[in-house]
Design a protein around this ligand. Structure first.
Ligand SMILES: Cc1ncc(COP(=O)(O)O)c(C=O)c1O
Length: 450
Protein backbone atom coordinates (compact mmCIF):
# COMPACT_ATOMS: atom_id res chain seq x y z
CA UNK A 1 0.00 0.00 0.00
CA UNK A 2 1.23 3.50 -0.90
CA UNK A 3 -0.08 5.29 2.20
CA UNK A 4 -0.28 4.27 5.83
CA UNK A 5 -1.79 7.37 7.43
CA UNK A 6 -3.42 10.68 6.57
CA UNK A 7 -1.11 13.65 6.20
CA UNK A 8 -2.13 17.23 5.57
CA UNK A 9 0.79 19.37 4.40
CA UNK A 10 -1.10 22.40 3.14
CA UNK A 11 -4.44 23.57 4.54
CA UNK A 12 -6.97 22.31 1.97
CA UNK A 13 -7.88 23.60 -0.50
CA UNK A 14 -4.23 24.37 -1.30
CA UNK A 15 -3.11 26.58 -4.19
CA UNK A 16 -3.38 23.92 -6.92
CA UNK A 17 -6.80 22.84 -5.70
CA UNK A 18 -8.01 26.46 -5.61
CA UNK A 19 -6.83 27.08 -9.17
CA UNK A 20 -8.67 24.00 -10.50
CA UNK A 21 -11.82 24.82 -8.53
CA UNK A 22 -11.93 28.29 -10.05
CA UNK A 23 -11.59 26.83 -13.60
CA UNK A 24 -14.27 24.28 -12.69
CA UNK A 25 -16.64 27.04 -11.60
CA UNK A 26 -16.41 28.60 -15.04
CA UNK A 27 -17.11 25.51 -17.12
CA UNK A 28 -18.49 22.57 -15.10
CA UNK A 29 -22.17 22.40 -14.12
CA UNK A 30 -22.42 23.73 -10.59
CA UNK A 31 -25.44 21.56 -9.86
CA UNK A 32 -23.20 18.94 -8.26
CA UNK A 33 -23.02 18.51 -4.55
CA UNK A 34 -19.30 19.02 -3.71
CA UNK A 35 -19.58 19.25 0.05
CA UNK A 36 -15.81 19.64 0.45
CA UNK A 37 -13.23 21.50 -1.69
CA UNK A 38 -11.29 18.32 -2.47
CA UNK A 39 -9.51 18.08 -5.82
CA UNK A 40 -8.50 14.45 -6.25
CA UNK A 41 -5.27 13.47 -7.93
CA UNK A 42 -4.99 9.81 -6.98
CA UNK A 43 -5.15 7.42 -4.12
CA UNK A 44 -4.76 3.88 -2.92
CA UNK A 45 -6.88 1.60 -0.73
CA UNK A 46 -8.77 3.81 1.72
CA UNK A 47 -6.64 6.89 1.03
CA UNK A 48 -7.12 9.77 -1.38
CA UNK A 49 -4.39 12.20 -2.39
CA UNK A 50 -5.26 15.71 -3.50
CA UNK A 51 -3.40 17.86 -6.03
CA UNK A 52 -1.45 19.64 -3.27
CA UNK A 53 -0.04 16.39 -1.88
CA UNK A 54 -2.42 16.06 1.07
CA UNK A 55 -3.45 12.52 1.92
CA UNK A 56 -6.92 11.86 3.37
CA UNK A 57 -8.40 8.77 4.96
CA UNK A 58 -11.73 8.15 3.26
CA UNK A 59 -14.77 7.38 5.46
CA UNK A 60 -17.07 7.93 2.47
CA UNK A 61 -15.49 5.56 -0.12
CA UNK A 62 -16.68 7.63 -3.05
CA UNK A 63 -20.32 7.75 -1.90
CA UNK A 64 -20.07 4.00 -1.16
CA UNK A 65 -18.98 3.16 -4.69
CA UNK A 66 -15.48 1.93 -3.80
CA UNK A 67 -16.36 -1.23 -1.88
CA UNK A 68 -12.78 -2.50 -1.99
CA UNK A 69 -10.97 0.81 -1.96
CA UNK A 70 -9.63 2.81 -4.85
CA UNK A 71 -7.18 0.56 -6.63
CA UNK A 72 -7.75 -3.08 -5.76
CA UNK A 73 -5.01 -4.80 -7.83
CA UNK A 74 -7.27 -7.59 -9.12
CA UNK A 75 -9.89 -5.12 -10.32
CA UNK A 76 -7.26 -2.92 -11.95
CA UNK A 77 -5.75 -6.00 -13.66
CA UNK A 78 -9.14 -7.15 -14.92
CA UNK A 79 -9.82 -3.70 -16.39
CA UNK A 80 -6.39 -3.57 -18.04
CA UNK A 81 -6.90 -7.02 -19.53
CA UNK A 82 -10.29 -6.03 -20.85
CA UNK A 83 -8.83 -2.82 -22.26
CA UNK A 84 -6.49 -4.98 -24.36
CA UNK A 85 -9.43 -6.97 -25.66
CA UNK A 86 -12.86 -5.68 -26.66
CA UNK A 87 -12.96 -2.47 -24.62
CA UNK A 88 -14.08 0.14 -27.10
CA UNK A 89 -17.06 -1.62 -28.56
CA UNK A 90 -20.15 -0.17 -26.92
CA UNK A 91 -23.57 -1.46 -27.85
CA UNK A 92 -23.59 -4.82 -26.07
CA UNK A 93 -26.14 -5.98 -25.04
CA UNK A 94 -28.11 -3.15 -26.69
CA UNK A 95 -27.47 -4.44 -30.20
CA UNK A 96 -25.52 -7.71 -30.02
CA UNK A 97 -24.38 -10.52 -27.71
CA UNK A 98 -21.25 -11.23 -25.65
CA UNK A 99 -20.41 -13.99 -23.18
CA UNK A 100 -19.29 -11.65 -20.40
CA UNK A 101 -22.71 -9.98 -20.31
CA UNK A 102 -24.26 -13.42 -19.86
CA UNK A 103 -21.69 -14.28 -17.16
CA UNK A 104 -22.50 -11.08 -15.26
CA UNK A 105 -26.28 -11.54 -15.46
CA UNK A 106 -25.99 -15.21 -14.43
CA UNK A 107 -23.84 -14.19 -11.47
CA UNK A 108 -26.27 -11.48 -10.40
CA UNK A 109 -29.19 -13.90 -10.69
CA UNK A 110 -27.33 -16.38 -8.50
CA UNK A 111 -26.11 -14.12 -5.68
CA UNK A 112 -29.20 -11.94 -5.20
CA UNK A 113 -31.99 -12.78 -2.72
CA UNK A 114 -34.81 -15.06 -3.91
CA UNK A 115 -34.49 -18.62 -5.13
CA UNK A 116 -36.41 -18.21 -8.35
CA UNK A 117 -35.49 -17.85 -12.02
CA UNK A 118 -34.37 -14.29 -12.68
CA UNK A 119 -33.62 -11.91 -15.50
CA UNK A 120 -31.40 -8.84 -15.42
CA UNK A 121 -31.42 -5.50 -17.22
CA UNK A 122 -28.08 -3.70 -17.01
CA UNK A 123 -27.59 0.07 -16.79
CA UNK A 124 -25.08 2.77 -15.91
CA UNK A 125 -26.47 4.48 -12.82
CA UNK A 126 -28.82 3.97 -9.91
CA UNK A 127 -31.20 6.42 -11.58
CA UNK A 128 -31.50 4.43 -14.79
CA UNK A 129 -32.07 1.24 -12.77
CA UNK A 130 -35.01 3.03 -11.11
CA UNK A 131 -36.39 4.14 -14.48
CA UNK A 132 -36.00 0.61 -15.79
CA UNK A 133 -38.00 -0.71 -12.83
CA UNK A 134 -40.73 1.93 -13.37
CA UNK A 135 -41.14 1.03 -17.03
CA UNK A 136 -41.05 -2.69 -16.33
CA UNK A 137 -43.54 -2.49 -13.45
CA UNK A 138 -46.02 -0.50 -15.57
CA UNK A 139 -45.57 -2.85 -18.49
CA UNK A 140 -45.93 -6.04 -16.47
CA UNK A 141 -48.80 -5.05 -14.20
CA UNK A 142 -50.63 -2.80 -16.70
CA UNK A 143 -51.04 -0.40 -13.72
CA UNK A 144 -49.89 3.21 -13.58
CA UNK A 145 -49.25 4.29 -10.00
CA UNK A 146 -46.28 4.03 -7.64
CA UNK A 147 -45.74 4.34 -3.90
CA UNK A 148 -42.44 5.61 -2.56
CA UNK A 149 -41.03 7.27 0.56
CA UNK A 150 -40.30 10.83 1.60
CA UNK A 151 -36.57 11.09 2.24
CA UNK A 152 -35.71 8.38 -0.29
CA UNK A 153 -33.05 8.72 -2.96
CA UNK A 154 -33.55 6.46 -5.95
CA UNK A 155 -31.58 8.76 -8.26
CA UNK A 156 -31.84 12.42 -9.18
CA UNK A 157 -30.45 12.41 -12.71
CA UNK A 158 -33.47 11.18 -14.69
CA UNK A 159 -37.08 12.34 -14.52
CA UNK A 160 -38.35 8.90 -13.55
CA UNK A 161 -35.96 8.44 -10.65
CA UNK A 162 -36.36 12.06 -9.54
CA UNK A 163 -40.12 11.54 -9.42
CA UNK A 164 -39.82 8.37 -7.35
CA UNK A 165 -37.26 9.95 -4.98
CA UNK A 166 -38.42 12.06 -2.07
CA UNK A 167 -34.96 13.30 -1.23
CA UNK A 168 -35.31 17.05 -0.83
CA UNK A 169 -37.33 19.99 -2.07
CA UNK A 170 -34.13 21.46 -3.53
CA UNK A 171 -33.85 18.58 -6.00
CA UNK A 172 -37.33 19.10 -7.45
CA UNK A 173 -37.78 22.88 -7.16
CA UNK A 174 -38.13 24.32 -10.64
CA UNK A 175 -38.24 20.93 -12.37
CA UNK A 176 -41.92 20.03 -12.33
CA UNK A 177 -44.04 18.56 -13.77
CA UNK A 178 -42.52 15.30 -12.63
CA UNK A 179 -43.72 11.86 -13.72
CA UNK A 180 -47.30 11.73 -12.39
CA UNK A 181 -49.00 9.10 -10.19
CA UNK A 182 -46.27 8.78 -7.56
CA UNK A 183 -47.43 8.98 -3.93
CA UNK A 184 -44.83 9.52 -1.21
CA UNK A 185 -45.44 8.31 2.32
CA UNK A 186 -43.26 8.91 5.43
CA UNK A 187 -40.38 6.56 6.24
CA UNK A 188 -40.22 5.68 9.95
CA UNK A 189 -37.76 7.94 11.80
CA UNK A 190 -37.75 6.66 15.40
CA UNK A 191 -35.34 9.35 16.72
CA UNK A 192 -37.70 12.14 15.68
CA UNK A 193 -40.96 10.31 16.17
CA UNK A 194 -43.57 11.57 18.62
CA UNK A 195 -46.67 10.08 17.06
CA UNK A 196 -47.64 7.64 19.78
CA UNK A 197 -47.82 4.28 18.04
CA UNK A 198 -44.59 2.55 17.02
CA UNK A 199 -43.51 4.42 13.82
CA UNK A 200 -43.25 1.37 11.53
CA UNK A 201 -46.72 0.24 12.50
CA UNK A 202 -48.03 3.79 12.10
CA UNK A 203 -46.72 4.02 8.51
CA UNK A 204 -48.13 0.60 7.55
CA UNK A 205 -51.53 1.64 8.91
CA UNK A 206 -51.31 5.02 7.19
CA UNK A 207 -50.69 3.31 3.84
CA UNK A 208 -53.58 0.91 4.20
CA UNK A 209 -56.12 2.99 6.14
CA UNK A 210 -55.50 6.42 4.68
CA UNK A 211 -53.69 6.29 1.33
CA UNK A 212 -55.36 3.18 -0.07
CA UNK A 213 -58.81 4.17 1.23
CA UNK A 214 -58.76 7.80 0.14
CA UNK A 215 -56.53 8.72 -2.80
CA UNK A 216 -54.73 5.71 -4.28
CA UNK A 217 -56.68 2.56 -5.19
CA UNK A 218 -54.20 -0.25 -4.46
CA UNK A 219 -55.31 -2.19 -7.53
CA UNK A 220 -53.92 0.68 -9.64
CA UNK A 221 -50.45 0.55 -8.02
CA UNK A 222 -47.74 -1.05 -10.15
CA UNK A 223 -44.90 -0.98 -7.63
CA UNK A 224 -43.70 0.21 -4.26
CA UNK A 225 -40.11 1.46 -4.07
CA UNK A 226 -38.20 1.18 -0.80
CA UNK A 227 -34.60 1.37 0.40
CA UNK A 228 -34.23 -1.30 3.11
CA UNK A 229 -32.21 1.24 5.08
CA UNK A 230 -32.92 4.79 3.96
CA UNK A 231 -29.34 5.87 3.25
CA UNK A 232 -29.22 9.45 2.01
CA UNK A 233 -32.34 10.19 4.06
CA UNK A 234 -30.13 9.89 7.16
CA UNK A 235 -29.35 6.15 7.56
CA UNK A 236 -32.85 5.38 8.83
CA UNK A 237 -33.18 1.78 10.00
CA UNK A 238 -36.52 0.10 9.33
CA UNK A 239 -38.29 -0.77 12.60
CA UNK A 240 -38.83 -4.44 13.35
CA UNK A 241 -41.41 -5.99 11.04
CA UNK A 242 -41.70 -2.89 8.83
CA UNK A 243 -40.21 -4.27 5.61
CA UNK A 244 -42.00 -7.58 6.08
CA UNK A 245 -45.23 -5.61 6.59
CA UNK A 246 -44.69 -3.65 3.39
CA UNK A 247 -43.97 -6.85 1.49
CA UNK A 248 -47.14 -8.44 2.83
CA UNK A 249 -49.24 -5.43 1.77
CA UNK A 250 -47.66 -5.52 -1.70
CA UNK A 251 -48.31 -9.24 -2.13
CA UNK A 252 -51.90 -8.88 -0.99
CA UNK A 253 -52.63 -6.15 -3.54
CA UNK A 254 -50.57 -7.51 -6.45
CA UNK A 255 -48.09 -4.62 -6.15
CA UNK A 256 -44.46 -5.28 -7.14
CA UNK A 257 -42.16 -4.94 -4.12
CA UNK A 258 -39.18 -3.00 -5.51
CA UNK A 259 -36.18 -2.93 -3.19
CA UNK A 260 -33.39 -0.45 -3.88
CA UNK A 261 -30.06 -1.86 -2.70
CA UNK A 262 -27.96 0.54 -4.78
CA UNK A 263 -26.37 1.76 -1.55
CA UNK A 264 -26.85 -1.22 0.80
CA UNK A 265 -25.94 -4.06 -1.60
CA UNK A 266 -22.72 -6.07 -1.86
CA UNK A 267 -21.63 -6.41 1.74
CA UNK A 268 -22.19 -2.84 2.95
CA UNK A 269 -24.42 -3.82 5.89
CA UNK A 270 -22.48 -6.90 7.00
CA UNK A 271 -24.42 -9.27 4.76
CA UNK A 272 -24.15 -9.63 1.00
CA UNK A 273 -27.52 -7.83 0.68
CA UNK A 274 -29.37 -5.85 3.34
CA UNK A 275 -32.56 -7.74 2.42
CA UNK A 276 -31.00 -10.77 4.15
CA UNK A 277 -31.35 -9.01 7.54
CA UNK A 278 -35.11 -9.29 7.20
CA UNK A 279 -37.51 -11.89 5.80
CA UNK A 280 -37.99 -10.18 2.46
CA UNK A 281 -37.59 -11.24 -1.16
CA UNK A 282 -37.79 -8.35 -3.61
CA UNK A 283 -39.84 -8.77 -6.77
CA UNK A 284 -37.44 -6.28 -8.34
CA UNK A 285 -34.00 -5.49 -6.91
CA UNK A 286 -32.05 -2.37 -7.88
CA UNK A 287 -28.25 -2.43 -7.74
CA UNK A 288 -25.51 0.07 -8.59
CA UNK A 289 -22.78 2.11 -6.88
CA UNK A 290 -20.12 -0.54 -5.94
CA UNK A 291 -21.37 -3.11 -8.46
CA UNK A 292 -18.94 -2.16 -11.23
CA UNK A 293 -15.85 -2.31 -9.01
CA UNK A 294 -15.43 1.44 -9.53
CA UNK A 295 -16.86 1.59 -13.06
CA UNK A 296 -20.44 2.78 -13.62
CA UNK A 297 -22.67 -0.30 -13.71
CA UNK A 298 -26.22 -0.73 -12.44
CA UNK A 299 -28.72 -3.55 -12.63
CA UNK A 300 -32.40 -4.22 -12.30
CA UNK A 301 -32.87 -7.86 -11.27
CA UNK A 302 -36.29 -9.47 -11.24
CA UNK A 303 -38.29 -12.67 -11.45
CA UNK A 304 -38.11 -14.02 -15.00
CA UNK A 305 -41.88 -13.88 -15.40
CA UNK A 306 -41.92 -10.16 -14.53
CA UNK A 307 -39.41 -9.27 -17.25
CA UNK A 308 -41.86 -10.05 -20.04
CA UNK A 309 -41.41 -6.91 -22.14
CA UNK A 310 -40.89 -7.22 -25.88
CA UNK A 311 -37.79 -6.76 -28.06
CA UNK A 312 -36.79 -3.14 -28.51
CA UNK A 313 -38.88 -1.82 -25.61
CA UNK A 314 -35.91 -0.87 -23.40
CA UNK A 315 -32.38 -0.21 -24.68
CA UNK A 316 -29.49 1.86 -23.24
CA UNK A 317 -26.67 1.93 -25.79
CA UNK A 318 -23.71 1.89 -23.37
CA UNK A 319 -25.23 -0.32 -20.64
CA UNK A 320 -23.41 -3.60 -20.09
CA UNK A 321 -20.15 -2.06 -21.32
CA UNK A 322 -17.52 -4.78 -21.23
CA UNK A 323 -15.13 -2.79 -19.01
CA UNK A 324 -17.98 -2.53 -16.51
CA UNK A 325 -18.73 -6.26 -16.82
CA UNK A 326 -15.06 -7.06 -16.11
CA UNK A 327 -15.04 -4.74 -13.08
CA UNK A 328 -18.33 -6.13 -11.75
CA UNK A 329 -17.45 -9.82 -12.15
CA UNK A 330 -14.06 -9.30 -10.47
CA UNK A 331 -15.57 -7.25 -7.65
CA UNK A 332 -18.23 -9.90 -6.92
CA UNK A 333 -15.71 -12.77 -7.06
CA UNK A 334 -13.47 -10.89 -4.61
CA UNK A 335 -16.36 -10.21 -2.23
CA UNK A 336 -17.27 -13.89 -2.18
CA UNK A 337 -13.71 -15.18 -1.97
CA UNK A 338 -12.79 -12.92 0.92
CA UNK A 339 -16.26 -12.93 2.53
CA UNK A 340 -15.77 -9.20 2.80
CA UNK A 341 -19.18 -8.65 4.44
CA UNK A 342 -17.73 -10.29 7.56
CA UNK A 343 -15.11 -7.55 7.80
CA UNK A 344 -17.86 -4.97 7.27
CA UNK A 345 -19.84 -6.54 10.15
CA UNK A 346 -16.84 -6.71 12.51
CA UNK A 347 -15.25 -3.33 11.83
CA UNK A 348 -18.75 -1.85 11.61
CA UNK A 349 -19.56 -3.09 15.12
CA UNK A 350 -16.35 -1.58 16.43
CA UNK A 351 -17.02 1.75 14.71
CA UNK A 352 -20.62 1.93 15.86
CA UNK A 353 -19.54 1.24 19.45
CA UNK A 354 -17.06 4.12 19.23
CA UNK A 355 -19.74 6.44 17.87
CA UNK A 356 -22.12 5.33 20.62
CA UNK A 357 -19.43 6.28 23.14
CA UNK A 358 -19.18 9.68 21.44
CA UNK A 359 -22.96 9.99 21.71
CA UNK A 360 -22.67 9.45 25.47
CA UNK A 361 -19.75 11.87 25.76
CA UNK A 362 -20.84 14.80 23.57
CA UNK A 363 -24.08 16.73 23.80
CA UNK A 364 -24.03 17.50 20.04
CA UNK A 365 -24.14 13.81 19.02
CA UNK A 366 -27.86 13.09 19.18
CA UNK A 367 -28.25 9.63 17.69
CA UNK A 368 -26.14 6.81 16.26
CA UNK A 369 -27.67 4.10 14.07
CA UNK A 370 -26.97 1.72 11.22
CA UNK A 371 -25.47 -1.69 10.67
CA UNK A 372 -22.20 -2.95 9.20
CA UNK A 373 -20.32 -0.14 7.50
CA UNK A 374 -23.39 2.03 6.94
CA UNK A 375 -23.51 4.18 10.05
CA UNK A 376 -25.50 7.35 10.66
CA UNK A 377 -24.37 9.90 13.23
CA UNK A 378 -27.04 12.56 13.79
CA UNK A 379 -25.74 15.92 15.02
CA UNK A 380 -27.89 18.22 17.13
CA UNK A 381 -27.54 21.60 18.79
CA UNK A 382 -28.17 19.85 22.09
CA UNK A 383 -29.51 16.44 23.07
CA UNK A 384 -32.36 17.90 25.04
CA UNK A 385 -33.79 20.13 22.30
CA UNK A 386 -32.87 17.71 19.45
CA UNK A 387 -32.75 20.70 17.10
CA UNK A 388 -30.80 19.59 13.98
CA UNK A 389 -27.18 20.73 14.37
CA UNK A 390 -26.50 22.08 10.89
CA UNK A 391 -23.58 24.28 11.85
CA UNK A 392 -22.27 21.53 14.15
CA UNK A 393 -22.30 19.08 11.22
CA UNK A 394 -20.70 21.42 8.72
CA UNK A 395 -18.01 22.51 11.11
CA UNK A 396 -17.14 18.97 12.20
CA UNK A 397 -16.95 17.81 8.58
CA UNK A 398 -14.66 20.70 7.60
CA UNK A 399 -12.47 20.35 10.66
CA UNK A 400 -12.09 16.57 10.11
CA UNK A 401 -11.18 17.30 6.48
CA UNK A 402 -8.49 19.75 7.52
CA UNK A 403 -7.14 17.05 9.84
CA UNK A 404 -7.10 14.42 7.05
CA UNK A 405 -10.46 12.63 7.20
CA UNK A 406 -13.14 12.61 4.52
CA UNK A 407 -16.72 12.31 5.69
CA UNK A 408 -20.08 13.17 4.10
CA UNK A 409 -23.39 14.19 5.56
CA UNK A 410 -27.00 14.42 4.47
CA UNK A 411 -30.41 13.36 5.83
CA UNK A 412 -33.73 15.15 5.97
CA UNK A 413 -32.18 18.16 7.74
CA UNK A 414 -28.61 17.80 6.42
CA UNK A 415 -27.26 16.92 9.87
CA UNK A 416 -26.45 13.21 9.64
CA UNK A 417 -22.97 11.91 8.92
CA UNK A 418 -23.25 8.93 6.59
CA UNK A 419 -20.19 6.87 7.45
CA UNK A 420 -19.44 4.41 4.62
CA UNK A 421 -15.76 3.44 4.49
CA UNK A 422 -14.44 0.80 2.09
CA UNK A 423 -15.59 -2.65 3.19
CA UNK A 424 -12.03 -3.92 3.55
CA UNK A 425 -10.91 -1.12 5.88
CA UNK A 426 -8.87 -2.42 8.81
CA UNK A 427 -9.78 -1.82 12.43
CA UNK A 428 -6.52 0.17 12.83
CA UNK A 429 -7.40 2.58 10.03
CA UNK A 430 -10.97 2.82 11.31
CA UNK A 431 -9.57 3.75 14.72
CA UNK A 432 -7.29 6.41 13.19
CA UNK A 433 -10.27 7.98 11.41
CA UNK A 434 -12.49 7.79 14.48
CA UNK A 435 -9.80 9.56 16.53
CA UNK A 436 -9.78 12.42 14.01
CA UNK A 437 -13.56 12.58 13.97
CA UNK A 438 -13.80 12.60 17.75
CA UNK A 439 -11.24 15.40 17.85
CA UNK A 440 -13.33 17.40 15.39
CA UNK A 441 -16.55 16.75 17.33
CA UNK A 442 -14.88 17.75 20.56
CA UNK A 443 -13.57 21.01 19.06
CA UNK A 444 -16.96 21.78 17.52
CA UNK A 445 -18.65 21.31 20.87
CA UNK A 446 -16.07 23.49 22.62
CA UNK A 447 -16.50 26.24 19.99
CA UNK A 448 -20.28 26.08 20.42
CA UNK A 449 -19.92 27.02 24.08
CA UNK A 450 -17.61 29.97 23.55
C1 LIG B 1 -30.36 3.97 -2.69
C2 LIG B 1 -29.94 4.74 -3.92
N1 LIG B 1 -30.55 4.49 -5.08
C3 LIG B 1 -30.22 5.14 -6.21
C4 LIG B 1 -29.24 6.12 -6.20
C5 LIG B 1 -28.91 6.86 -7.45
O1 LIG B 1 -27.72 6.43 -8.00
P1 LIG B 1 -27.02 7.29 -9.15
O2 LIG B 1 -26.52 8.54 -8.52
O3 LIG B 1 -25.93 6.37 -9.66
O4 LIG B 1 -28.04 7.55 -10.19
C6 LIG B 1 -28.59 6.41 -5.00
C7 LIG B 1 -27.55 7.46 -4.95
O5 LIG B 1 -27.10 7.89 -3.93
C8 LIG B 1 -28.95 5.71 -3.83
O6 LIG B 1 -28.36 5.96 -2.64
Amino acid sequence: MKYSRPSVKVKPPGPRARAIISRDERVVSQSNWRYLPLVIKGGSGSFIEDVDGNVFLDFNSGAATQALGIDHPEIVDALKKQADSLATYQPIPGYFYNEMVVDLCEKLAKVTPGKYEKKVSLGLSGADATDTAMKLARWHTKRKRFISFAGSNHGLGTYGALSISGYSAGTVRGFSPLVPEVTHIPFPYPYRWDGGKEPGEWVLNYLEDQVFRTTVPPDEVAGLFVEPIQGDGGVLMPPKGFLEGLQEICRRHGILFIVDEVQTGFGRTGKMFASEHWKIEPDILLLGKPLGGGTPVSACVTRSEVMDWPHGSHVITGAGHLLGCAGALTMMNLLERERIWENAANVGRYMKDRYLKMQRGYDIVGDVRGVGLLIGVEMVVSKKAKKPGLEETRRTCLDAFEKGLLTAYDGLYGNVFRITPALNITRELARAGLDIMEDAISETQRAQRV
